[in-house]
Design a protein around this ligand. Structure first.
Ligand code: MG
Length: 159
């Protein structure tokens, strides 16, 4: 049995914050605002995995009203979701993703992001794909107001 899930997230860009995407800190004047490290891509991947598993969403498991998750490293949250899936006998087949970002360019960091996510997911890097798209200077992405991310995940069940 194969299970598919989708995830979406967005965060605002703000001065004085770190820009963390897929567990990799990217040099930038502005970073993402949020309760945790605001790692928009990792959040979308978490939702795709939870979606495929039929296990709700990130807000349910890691509420932003919970002080435990303030400034949290989202890769740690991802690792805990991977652990939950494995307890359910679910195996990750692949993850695909697109980051919607105007600047900085993501291409120099794509391989590092892929490796970081693959390590957290416990799958070979070729099972994780990271794409990037600009907002063509329109919408919240194009105006540089925020960064979005989309992800899909596919899981293999035991039955
Ligand atoms: Mg988020």
């Amino acid at each position: 049995m194969t299970l598919a899930g989708i995830g979406y997230d967005c965060h605002r860009l703000q001065e004085g914050r770190r820009l963390v995407i897929g567990g990799v800190e990217i040099p930038s004047e502005r970073g993402l605002e949020g309760h945790s490290d605001a790692d928009v891509l990792t959040h979308a991947v978490i939702d795709a995995l939870l979606g495929a598993a039929g296990m709700g969403d990130i807000g349910e498991h890691f509420p932003d009203t919970d002080e435990r998750w303030r400034g949290a490293d989202s890769i740690v949250l991802l690792a805990s979701v991977v652990e939950m899936l494995s307890r359910e006998g679910l195996q990750i087949v692949n993850v695909d993703s697109t980051v919607l970002i105007e600047e900085p360019k993501l291409s120099p960091h794509r391989q590092a992001i892929r490796l970081r996510l693959a390590h957290a997911l416990g799958v070979p890097p070729q099972r994780v794909n990271v794409k990037a798209s600009t907002g063509e200077r329109i919408g919240f992405v194009g105006r540089g107001e925020g960064v979005g991310a989309l992800a899909t995940a596919s899981l293999k069940g035991s039955d």
